[in-house]
Design a protein around this ligand. Structure first.
Ligand code: PLP
Length: 371
């Protein structure tokens, strides 16, 4: 007799991480596409990799990898605290920002709580809310931007948490801290605001876009960052949360004790210490972002003015057409159907040679199309 399997419960409408072309590791893409040269511009990784200081630090630390890591990542938190002018108790490490998002939801949300999420945005917020049994409520963007007035207007008595991605993935648009300050002042008590600043370091002026300066005055604010983007450490899985010591303590309650391994902590510490490298990464990205914006605009595409290490472009037709043509030439970008933007592509800004290959592939198509 066939046994009835248990039903999925309240998470039934969540899906496992997809394994479509844009999600595959680059070695597998080489095999699938039958090409040695593959440019993966679908994950918003730093194409230059981490600071050389990381390899040196890992080499030195490897002899201690039989030991459990520091459960609080105190060396890393102390260094970041000194840099940002906060106290170490205001930091919590996660296995990537992904885990931090889940931990925040788990720590504060009850079944039935409403969670405001601008849309389209990074998918992890909605999933985390559902995991906690809460109800995600989407607030549309206005001209590809998070409209804080619309978000404030959507707050109801049941609203417990608001996720804001700044710069927003997949649009790249950012709002300044000054706009956030007046938004925070308007919110009723008991509403927690979580600002995901995964791409902050790529903005033209990181200090004016970050919510960090508002932490002191707003104890209901949490800020998320990651080592996966400008620090070039996506493989290490290190993200972090900043907020009042009281809120951070609440999140520690639900955190597995050794959630960030020693290799990740060591790598992040070395990467964080190399500020010259971080500044160089930002400058290189900004230069290439300007160049790519100009070239893609010249192709007749609408390029959303973004502040991150990727660009959202509207191709004016099904985005999968350009995606397929590029994939045939070994260039993988992200079609945006999953973000409800079916005519758009999100393109990670790569190295100059990657960006040039992308533009050349598209220009070739245009010439052929009109010939
Ligand atoms: C806005 C945003 N937040 C968080 C993450 C996840 O980062 P991590 O690699 O630290 O889990 C990403 C990854 O793309 C992202 O775009």
């Amino acid at each position: 007799m066939k046994r009835q399997l248990p039903a999925a419960g309240r998470t039934a409408d969540l899906h496992p991480f997809p394994m479509e072309l844009p999600d595959l590791p680059v070695e597998e893409l080489r095999v699938r596409l039958g090409r040695e040269r593959v440019y993966k511009l679908s994950f918003n990784e730093n194409p230059y990799g981490p600071s050389p200081a990381v390899a040196r630090a890992l080499q030195e630390a490897a002899a201690t990898f039989h030991l459990y890591p520091d459960a609080y990542g105190r060396a890393l938190c102390a260094q970041m605290a000194a840099f940002y002018g906060l106290s170490p108790e205001q930091f919590l490490l996660g296995n990537g920002a992904d885990e931090v998002i889940n931990l925040v939801a788990m720590a504060f949300l009850d079944p039935g709580d409403r969670v405001l999420i601008p849309s389209p945005t990074f998918g992890a917020y909605g999933a985390a809310a559902r995991l906690a049994g809460a109800v995600p409520v989407t607030v549309p963007l206005k001209d590809y931007r998070i409209d804080l007035d619309l978000v404030a207007a959507a707050v109801t008595a049941g609203t417990k948490m608001i996720f804001l991605c700044n710069p927003n993935n997949p649009t790249g648009t950012a709002f300044p801290a000054a706009a956030l300050a007046s938004f925070l002042n308007r919110l009723p008590e008991g509403v927690l605001v979580v600002v995901d600043e995964a791409y902050n370091e790529y903005t033209d002026d990181p200090a004016s876009y970050t919510a960090l300066s508002l932490l002191d005055a707003h104890p209901h604010l949490l800020v998320i960052r990651t080592f996966s983007k400008i620090y070039g450490l996506a493989a290490a899985r290190v993200g972090y949360l900043m907020g009042s010591a009281e809120l951070i303590r609440q999140v520690h309650r639900v955190r597995p004790p050794f959630n960030v391994g020693a290799p990740g902590q060591v790598a992040a510490l070395a990467a964080f210490g190399d500020r010259v490298y971080v500044d160089r990464m930002r400058e290189q990205n900004s230069r290439q972002r300007r160049w790519l914006t100009e070239k893609l605009t010249a192709l007749g595409w609408r390029v959303v003015p973004g502040q991150a290490n990727f660009l959202l472009v509207d191709t004016g037709r099904d985005g999968r057409e350009a995606f397929t043509r590029l994939a045939e030439q070994g260039i993988i970008v992200r079609p945006c159907h999953g973000f409800q933007l079916p005519t758009c592509l999100r393109i990670t800004i790569g190295r100059p040679e990657e960006n040039a290959a992308l533009v050349q592939a598209l220009e070739g198509e245009n010439t052929r199309g009109s010939g």
